[in-house]
Design a protein around this ligand. Structure first.
Ligand code: NAX
Ligand code: ADP
Ligand code: K
Length: 516
C-alpha cells in the first residue's frame, strides 16, 4: 500500500475529478459514508454524537457523516467551527442539506460552555474540523477546542482523515492535536499517520477506499513510499526445497563479540539459523573463542587474529576466506578498539557480498564517514541505526532524528549509497534510489537489549539466501516486528522472540508452496 503526502493525495483527487469526471461532491459523499460505516461497525446501536465540522472539505465530510448518522437514528449535535461564508463549494452543498434536517450550532455564535456541555454529554465525537489541508501553527478556536477535549472528554473519538492538529506530511503537532481513538483515512495512509509525534494521536488507523484513482495507477501519480506489505515479497517465502543441502540456504558470517558482549553475536547467529540459514559462522577475537564455544552449539567459530580485539590487518588468505560467505553482518557486540578504522575499511573493501553494518560498526563509521568511499558501488551495504546511532552518523541530535525520521533516513541512504534501516516504532527503510518503506509491525517488547542483534541476524540470513536485497530487508524488518507482537511485552527474552519465527514465517508463506 502506498503512503502519500497531502499533495500526492490532492493530485490523485484532482485526476479523479478532472480526468475521470467524477465530481468532488461524489467523492465527499463516499468519504462520509465510509466513515459512517466504520462508526456503526464500532457502535451498532444509535448513540449520541457531536460532529465537529470545519469549513474546508474535511468539514464537508463531517456534514455527510452527520446526515447519515441522523438517518440511522443517532442523536446528532452538529457544530460548525468557523464562518459559514468560508465553506468550500462541496462542503456548502452538504451544509445546506444538513440545515434541512438538523439545527446546526455555530461555534462563532455560541458560548464555549455550550459546546463543552454538548461534548460532555455525548457518547461519540467525530472530528471533521481539519484534515490534510491543515498546516502551520494551529489557530483558534481549534487550539482551545482540541485542548479542552483532550483534557475533559470521555467519549469515543473518530477522526476523519487526520486528527485535527496533526500535519499530514511530517506528523508535526504545533502546539496541540486531538488525541483520538480511531482515524479513518481515505485511499492511502498519509505520512503524518506514521511519523512522530502525530502518530501518537491517531489511535487505530483504518484506510477506506472511496473511489479516488488508486495511487500507482498512473505512472505520473506513483508515490515513492509504501507500507511494508507481505504481498510485495511473500513469494520469496516458499517451503524448504526437498533436495536442499546445508549450502542451499546460504552461509552467513557474523563479525563481533568483544569481551563482555559475546551474547550479541550468539543471538544474531541463532536468529540467522532460525530464519533458515544452512550455515552460520561467528567471528570473534582469539581470546573470546573459548567463552563463545561454551555458549553456542550449532554455530561455527572463526577465531580472528588478535588477542583481546580484532587485529585490523587482513592477510591475503583471510581475504580469500571471506569469499566463502554469502552475506556478512559486522557490528553486534563489536566494541571499540585500536585499529578499528583500518578494520572497518578492510571489511568494506574485502566483503563483496551484501554487508550489514550494525551497532559499533556504525559508530566507527559515524566518526569516519570517509570510510564509505572504500565500498564498491555494486556491493550492497545495509546500515541499521537506531535513532541514537543515526544522530551520531548525521551529527544531529536524537530529537532531530525523531522529528525528521523519514527525511534523515533518506539523507543517509543518499550520502552512503546504502540501504538504511532507521529502527524504532515504525521503522523506516530508505533505499539509495529514493524509495522508502514504512514498517508497521512491532511492539515495545522489542525495546530490550538484544532485539537489534536478532534483526541483524535475520537480515543476514535472508540476504545469504539470495533473496533480492530490497525484499530480504523488508521481510526481515516485518518478521522481526511481528515477533515482538507475539510475546509478552514486559517479560519476553530473546529466545521467546525466536520461538515465533517458524509460525510467523508459515503464516506469511504463499499458500500451496511446498518447495521443490
Ligand atoms: N483529497 C481527497 O482525496 C479527498 C478529501 N476529502 C476531504 O477533504 C479534506 C481536505 O480538504 P481541504 O483541502 O479543504 O482541507 P481541510 O478541510 O483539511 O483544511 C482546510 C481548512 O483548514 C484551515 N487551516 C489550515 N491551516 C490551519 C491552521 N494552521 N489553523 C487553523 N486552521 C487552519 C483552512 O483555513 C481551511 O479552512 C481531507 O482531509 C478529506 O477529509 C474528501 O472529502 C474526499 C476526497
Ligand atoms: N517500542 C517499540 N516498538 C516497536 N519496535 C521497537 C520498539 N522499541 C524497539 N523496537 C525495535 O527493536 C529493535 C531494537 O534495536 P536496537 O536499539 O539496535 O537494540 P539492541 O540494543 O538490542 O541492538 C529495533 O528493530 C527497533 O525497531
Ligand atoms: K479531522
Amino acid at each position: 500500500m502506498y503512503l502519500v503526502t497531502a499533495q500526492e493525495m490532492r493530485d490523485l483527487e484532482s485526476y479523479t475529478i478532472n480526468q475521470l469526471g467524477i465530481p468532488g461532491h461524489v467523492l465527499m459523499e463516499s468519504a462520509g459514508r465510509a466513515v459512517v460505516d466504520q462508526i456503526v461497525k464500532r457502535f451498532p446501536n444509535p448513540k449520541r454524537v457531536v460532529v465537529l465540522a470545519g469549513t474546508g472539505n474535511n468539514g464537508g465530510d463531517g456534514f455527510v457523516v452527520a446526515r447519515w448518522l441522523a438517518f440511522r437514528g443517532w442523536e446528532v449535535d452538529l457544530w460548525l467551527i468557523g464562518s459559514a461564508v468560508k465553506l468550500t463549494s462541496d462542503a456548502k452543498l452538504y451544509y445546506h442539506a444538513c440545515e434541512q434536517l438538523l439545527s446546526i450550532h455555530h461555534a462563532e455564535k455560541e458560548s464555549e460552555a455550550s459546546l463543552q456541555a454538548h461534548l460532555m454529554m455525548c457518547d461519540v465525537i467525530v472530528d471533521a474540523m481539519l484534515g490534510i489541508g491543515y498546516s502551520g501553527m494551529l489557530r483558534e478556536p481549534f487550539t482551545s477546542i482540541v485542548q479542552w477535549i483532550n483534557q475533559h472528554a470521555e467519549s469515543y473519538i473518530f477522526a476523519v482523515d487526520m486528527p485535527t492538529g496533526v500535519e499530514a506530511d511530517k506528523g508535526h503537532v504545533f502546539p496541540v492535536a486531538l488525541r483520538v481513538d480511531e482515524t479513518i483515512t481515505f485511499n492511502c495512509p498519509k505520512w503524518g499517520h506514521y511519523l512522530l509525534p502525530g502518530s501518537k494521536y491517531c489511535g487505530k488507523l483504518k484506510v477506506v477506499d472511496i473511489g479516488i484513482t488508486p495511487a500507482g495507477h498512473t505512472k505520473a501519480l506513483t508515490p515513492n513510499a509504501r507500507l511494508n506489505d507481505p504481498n510485495d515479497w511473500n513469494m520469496y517465502l516458499g517451503g524448504r526445497k526437498q533436495w536442499a543441502h546445508k549450502g542451499t540456504y546460504g552461509h552467513v558470517l557474523i563479525i563481533g563479540g568483544a569481551k563482555g558482549t559475546l551474547g550479541a553475536v550468539a543471538m544474531a547467529g541463532e536468529a540467522a539459523y532460525r530464519m533458515g540459514s544452512g550455515l552460520v559462522t561467528l567471528t570473534v577475537p582469539e581470546s573470546q573463542h573459548e567463552a563463545l564455544a561454551a555458549k553456542v552449539t550449532q554455530e561455527m567459530i572463526w577465531s580472528w587474529p588478535g588477542k583481546d580485539h580484532f587485529l585490523p590487518e587482513i592477510a591475503e588468505e583471510l581475504k580469500t576466506a571471506f569469499q566463502r560467505y554469502d552475506a556478512v553482518v559486522c557490528g553486534p557486540g563489536l566494541g571499540r578498539f585500536p585499529g578499528e578504522v583500518r578494520f572497518i575499511k578492510e571489511i568494506l573493501q574485502t566483503v563483496k557480498r551484501p554487508l550489514v553494518l550494525d551497532a559499533d560498526a556504525l559508530n566507527i563509521l559515524a566518526e569516519h564517514p570517509h570510510l564509505m568511499q572504500f565500498r564498491a558501488n555494486d556491493c550492497p551495504t545495509i546500515l541499521t541505526p537506531h535513532p541514537g546511532e543515526m544522530a551520531r552518523l548525521l551529527r544531529i541530535t536524537t530529537e532531530e532524528v525523531e522529528r525528521k525520521r523519514a527525511a534523515v533516513a533518506l539523507q543517509l541512504a543518499y550520502q552512503t549509497r546504502s540501504v538504511v534501516i532507521l529502527k524504532g516504532r515504525y521503522t523506516i527503510i530508505a533505499f539509495p534510489d529514493g524509495k522508502r518503506v514504512v514498517n508497521t509491525t512491532g511492539s515495545p517488547a522489542l525495546a530490550k537489549a538484544g532485539s537489534g542483534d536478532i534483526l541483524s541476524g535475520i537480515i543476514g540470513s535472508l540476504l545469504a539466501q539470495e533473496i533480492p536485497v530490497e525484499s530480504a530487508i523488508q521481510i526481515a524488518v516485518y518478521i522481526h516486528g511481528r515477533l515482538g507482537e507475539e510475546v509478552d511485552a514486559h517479560s519476553a527474552l530473546y529466545r521467546d522472540l525466536l520461538d515465533h519465527i517458524a509460525s510467523i514465517r508459515q503464516l506469511l508463506e504463499p499458500t500451496n508452496s511446498p518447495g521443490n
